[in-house]
Design a protein around this ligand. Structure first.
Ligand SMILES: [Zn+2]
Length: 329
């Protein structure tokens, strides 16, 4: 079975859109109007992670989604028969089954097909990073931009690409997955013109089976690890950021290294996609110095004398997932 395509040819001028976000602790549904204004919104608790009966947990998840949609229809009868967008914690494989979901009962299930049968509507799905990018591009910090790369710097590192309001998922459904590129290592020249290794050579295993993925350096746990390697002291990414703010010398050095790494990684994206806006979400997006400093760090790596790409903080917070799901149609 082929993957669902999301492109301009399927874009509808819908009067209303329905989005459902499958989160770890809650499942949320929203109806937005043609301008993106929320008309109705409701959430229900998700299946708990402690469950050991995975098939039952999966059926419960389908039932919760169905219940939310019924409530949505009661609130706005006009949505009857409209398609639904679903934000998921993982991805749909080429064979049509779910993979990489931390809500593990979804893995191996034909979620989209099962939902289409149960809801009797067309369903499109995208992962949380893609929904984030889509929502910020339509309603958030990047709403003025034609080309948007959405970046999540949080527990993991994700991304999504939106061009002219349309999500680009790609033929393998991996567009935007810059977090699993290998971190570009810099070899700056010293005053004698010789290359020096800027960072201690490290080998970081990524959960995806590769080594030295961008995510293993730029996620919260990645930053925490960098600080540990420099200080032998294990603290959270948030604590590292606080130490930077109070002038801790080691933390400042680690943060500069982080900015360097982030700049080199994003410069590769800019050299390929050249987006108008890069919008940043996730826990580390709250570090405000990022937006002033990072563009200084990425300058040497970008193939242009003038760089107009804007780096902006996300505006929609936790709501981006469910709004982005609605914008899948
Ligand atoms: Zn990886």
């Amino acid at each position: 079975m082929g993957l669902p395509r999301v492109d301009g040819s399927h874009c509808n001028n819908l009067a209303m859109r329905i989005g459902i976000d499958l989160g770890g602790t809650k499942i949320e549904a929203v109806i937005i109007d043609a301008d993106g204004k929320p008309r109705w919104r409701q959430r229900m608790p998700s299946v708990t992670k402690e469950t050991d009966n995975l098939p039952e947990a999966y059926q419960q998840t389908l039932a919760i989604i169905s219940e939310l949609l019924q409530r949505a229809e009661q609130a706005e009868p006009a949505i009857k028969n409209l398609p639904v967008g679903i934000g998921t914690p993982g991805a749909e494989s080429a064979g049509g089954v779910m993979k990489n979901c931390n809500s593990i009962w979804l893995n191996g299930q034909r979620l989209r097909q099962d939902l289409e049968n149960k809801l009797q509507r067309s369903v499109r799905m995208a992962n949380d990073a893609n929904c984030f990018a889509l929502a910020e591009a339509h309603m958030g910090a990047a709403r003025h931009a034609q080309s948007v790369f959405g970046v999540i710097l949080g527990t993991g590192v994700g991304g999504g690409l939106v061009i002219n309001g349309q999500l680009h998922q790609g033929v393998n459904h991996i567009a935007g997955e810059w977090g699993h590129n290998r971190l570009p290592i810099a070899l700056p020249e010293n005053e004698r013109g010789e290359n020096e290794i800027a960072e201690p050579l490290q080998q970081r295993a990524c959960y995806c089976g590769r080594n030295n993925c961008v995510e293993t350096f730029l996620s919260g746990p990645g930053l925490s690890r960098s600080y540990f390697l420099a200080s032998n002291s294990l603290v959270s990414a948030q604590d590292v950021v606080q130490k930077v703010a109070v002038g801790d010398a080691v933390a400042r050095e680690v943060w500069q290294q982080y900015l360097q790494q982030c700049a080199r990684s994003l410069a590769q994206v800019i050299n390929i996609v050249d987006p108008e806006v890069i919008v940043v979400g996730g826990g580390l997006s709250n570090v405000l110095s990022l937006y002033d400093e990072l563009p200084c760090y990425w300058r040497p790596y970008i193939f242009s004398d003038q760089i107009n790409t804007q780096l902006l903080k996300a505006e929609l917070g936790d709501s981006a997932g469910v709004f982005g799901a609605a914008w899948l149609w």
